[in-house]
Design a protein. Structure first.
Length: 245
């Protein structure tokens, strides 16, 4: 039985294919169109639909490189399920090297957004209606703030058994049980019935090789846990510290 194709924006992606999808998102002040770039891997076998995204805060760069490396690693012909990778969600902030949107709003407080709202509201609406609603599992990649480096950690609602399973599979030292903030991508994911975790590591505007490597391994570990890819597991067994604050 051949798996049915995956549809996103105006693209139809057959099973076993990798396709770059550009979704028109917003325009610069000069009327230059800006696209949301999504790399889609539609596997040949059934499985979860996972969304991996980075740079919801435009100055958080480690996740962008994790996405870049992940795109090189995946093979849609060997994949169970579907993976959507969005290396840069907040394109405006990324161009300006700032956490926020041009109107100083935090995109991670704009969900679910609306079609007619502010810039952040429109971008959040596009992201949740086009991508998040198709995803069963979401991994959102972040870093600490400027001049503050975070130890690799997962933030999740560990009362959600699927999110807890994702958090434990990621294999980093700390799992933080964090309540969902209003307007955040994670809160929106929960409302839509998806399970989401946040990976935090390193600092803003810096590439941190250890944080990137741990993040890439973590995403692949989660995919392995849910039967999406086959790979050798970590030889080091350790219990992460689970904390509430």
């Amino acid at each position: 039985r051949k798996r049915p194709p995956f549809e996103l924006a105006d693209k139809v992606i057959p099973a076993g294919q990798q396709v770059s999808v550009k979704i028109p998102s917003v325009r610069l002040y000069t009327d230059t169109p800006v696209d949301l770039h999504v790399e889609v891997f539609h596997g040949t076998k059934d499985g979860p639909t996972m969304l991996v995204c980075a740079a919801v805060h435009g100055d958080e760069l480690n996740g962008v490189d994790i996405c870049r490396r992940l795109i090189k690693k995946l093979n849609p012909k060997r994949l169970h399920g579907t993976v959507m990778i969005v290396p840069i969600v907040n394109v405006f902030g990324f161009i300006q090297q700032t956490r926020y949107l041009p109107d100083r709003r935090d995109l991670n407080r704009c969900f679910p957004g609306s079609e007619q709202g502010t810039l952040g509201s429109r971008l959040a609406h596009l992201f949740s209606s086009q991508l998040m609603r198709r995803a069963s599992h979401i991994i959102d990649l972040h870093t600490g703030a400027i001049h503050r480096s975070n130890m690799p950690q997962i933030r999740a609602n560990i009362k959600d058994p699927v999110a807890l399973k994702m958090a434990e599979a990621f294999h980093v030292p700390i799992i933080l049980h964090a309540k969902e903030l209003d307007g955040s991508l994670r809160a929106q994911a929960t409302k839509m019935g998806s399970s989401a975790i946040i990976y935090e590591a390193g600092e803003a505007l810096r590439f941190d090789q250890a944080a990137i490597k741990a993040g890439l391994n973590g995403v692949l570990n989660v995919m392995k846990e849910f039967g999406m890819v086959q790979r050798r597991g970590s030889r080091i067994k350790f219990e992460p510290i689970v904390t509430n604050h």
